[in-house]
Design a protein around this ligand. Structure first.
Ligand code: PEP
Ligand code: MG
Length: 559
């Protein structure tokens, strides 16, 4: 039995036989090319054909997989990649070898930036160059993994083409040697609800095809050749997780979410794509409380057009059927860079130009986005909010752009409270916003001065830290009878924390789809007064465990 740790990429546990996926190797002729000009043209044609194939594949799928395929098509179409490979071909190199070398140079440069987002794109560049080289060398296409019995899929990394047709009833877990929480494998695994651990160093050296393997995607480890006790533990944890989800779905009830004494609390979903919206609606989401629009901007060589944005919003309104859609304007910057804006070397990007700060530098991008929201607002209740707002002046500037975009008056205008400065001065937002949504992920990061992606600083991210609870209370006091208050950070997904927030005055909770039933069920089990009493006690707590204990005492079933 051997235990290996990696990055916890998608929760859930399981035990099955390992299916080790290694794409077949191919050979490239060693002699030089006879006609370099013709070979350069072949290289350009191969990349263009690949881009067209990827676009076609994107058109026949949806959600995260489609977005990833479109992003890969953009890499294949990138003139810089062609230009980087061409000189070697002109000096007689086989185009397949030249494109692999150019891709490796590009990927290494991305990795050297030290930026999480750009580093996570390096495997895409390598994958695209591998596909192009296969075509140029006359090799058969890369065949995706197709297990025929239940397995844990093990690979160096998985590409969108590998995961597009994965059958979640056969793939009980995914373990990869490379990857991060934001890499494609992780995004796709979470989307499909498959437990996954990525970034496991030395994985392929120790795992055997067909050997038993256990996985815990929430804790971030795998066990090779697990003993009987570990197998039992991992299988029962998986069964218990599924059973608990089912119980919560039943306990969540139907109809509008409310406390036992009828205080209405909207339970909404955080989504990034049509696919995520579909899952959220299936889990009982009453609205979209946070549409993260960044996915629409990253991985593209130019910003999305007005028409493209209108098409996406129209589709979402259609699915929502009269439920509210809160569009967060793009939160680009920090770890979410876009290729079409000049790179901004910043010493500390988290404290740099991101969110509304970037919108102030590129108002044309914001205006197009707001015009798309305005153009679709008649299709359903709509709200728009800006990320990373620091001062009431910025909120006023945002509102002025919203008005200038021709936004109908019925569209509510809000801002996210993610910066401590805004939490401290929130009463100044009166008269300028209809609502605020507290982004507890960033608010905690900035309150505690602890990078939210840094696993070693995880203790600072605890949503029950006194500083966060008191900041939420402060915003609620500032908003009383002036604007309504929602929470869209991860904290809202913790049923016990959500009840404290309700006690403090929050009336909307927005979260990832799979946690909706548990929060709805928790609300049904308490009265508003009980939430208020617990919140008052929790505000006096001097450490997170004390506050958590007070909140958990409100729950019928412990989390
Ligand atoms: C937050 O910061 O809490 C939030 C919801 O925004 P994001 O996680 O997209 O930064
Ligand atoms: Mg945020």
């Amino acid at each position: 039995m051997k235990r290996l740790s990696g990055v916890a990429a998608s929760p859930g546990t399981g035990v099955a036989l390992a299916y080790v996926y290694t794409p077949d190797l191919f050979e490239i002729r060693s002699e030089g090319v006879a006609d370099p000009d013709k070979a350069v043209a072949e290289l350009a044609d191969a990349l263009a054909a690949l881009a067209a194939d990827l676009d076609e594949a994107a058109a026949s799928t949806s959600g995260a997989a489609a977005e990833i395929l479109r992003a890969q098509a953009a890499i294949a179409r990138d003139p810089a990649l062609r230009a980087a490979a061409a000189p070697a071909v002109r000096s007689g190199e086989q185009p397949a070898r030249a494109v692999l070398a150019a891709g490796e140079r590009f990927a290494t440069e991305l990795e050297r930036t030290g930026n999480d987002y750009l580093t996570a794109r390096a495997p895409d560049v390598r994958h695209i160059c591998d596909l192009a080289a296969r075509g140029l060398a006359g090799a058969p296409p890369r065949l995706p993994p197709r297990p025929i019995e239940p397995c844990v899929l093990v690979a160096e990394d998985l590409m969108p083409a590998d995961t597009a047709g994965l059958d979640a009833s056969l793939v009980l877990g995914i373990a990869t040697e490379s990857g991060s929480r934001t890499s494609h494998t992780s995004v796709v695994a979470r989307g499909l609800g498959i437990p996954a651990v990525v970034g496991i160093r030395g994985l392929l050296d120790v795992v055997r095809n067909g050997g038993a393997i256990g996985i815990d995607g929430g804790a971030g480890f795998i066990v090779i050749d697990p003993d009987a006790a570990t197998q039992r533990q991992l299988s029962s944890a998986g069964t218990e997780l599924r059973a608990r989800r089912e119980r919560m779905r039943t306990a969540a009830g139907t109809g509008p979410a409310a406390t036992a004494d009828g205080q209405r609390i909207e339970v909404a979903a955080n989504v990034r794509s049509v696919k995520e919206l579909r899952s959220a609606l299936a889990e009982g989401a009453e609205a979209v409380g946070l549409l993260r629009t960044e996915l629409f901007y990253i991985d593209r060589d130019r910003p999305p057009s007005l028409d493209e944005q209108i098409a996406l919003l129209r589709e979402m309104h259609g699915m929502l059927g009269g439920r509210r859609l809160i569009v967060r304007t793009f939160d680009i910057g920090a770890d979410k860079q876009v290729p079409f804006l000049p790179a901004r070397p910043e010493r500390n990007p988290e404290l740099g130009v991101r969110g509304i700060r970037l919108a102030e530098l590129h108002p044309e991008l914001l205006d197009t986005q707001l015009r798309a929201v305005a153009a679709t607002a008649a299709l359903g209740p709509t709200a728009v909010m800006a990320p990373m707002v620091t001062t009431a002046d910025e909120a006023r500037w945002f509102r002025s752009r919203v008005v200038a975009s021709g936004m109908p008056d019925v569209v509510e205008v809000g801002v996210m409270v993610e910066v401590p400065a805004l939490a401290l001065t929130a009463e100044e937002l009166a008269g300028c916003v209809d609502f605020v949504s507290i982004g507890t992920n960033d608010l905690t990061q900035y309150l505690m001065a602890a990078d939210r992606r840094e696993a070693d600083l995880g203790g600072f991210q605890d949503p029950f830290v006194p500083a966060l609870l008191r900041a939420v209370a402060m915003v609620c006091r500032a908003g009383a009878r002036r604007f309504w208050i929602g929470v869209c950070g991860e904290a809202a997904a913790d049923p016990a924390w959500a009840l404290l927030a309700v006690g403090l005055g929050v009336t909307e909770l927005s979260m990832q789809a799979d946690t909706i039933p548990a929060v709805r069920a928790a609300l049904r089990g308490v009265t508003l007064d009980a939430c208020r009493d617990a919140a008052m006690l929790a505000l006096k707590a001097t450490d997170p465990d004390q506050a958590r204990g007070i909140a958990r005492a409100l729950l019928k079933e412990s989390p």
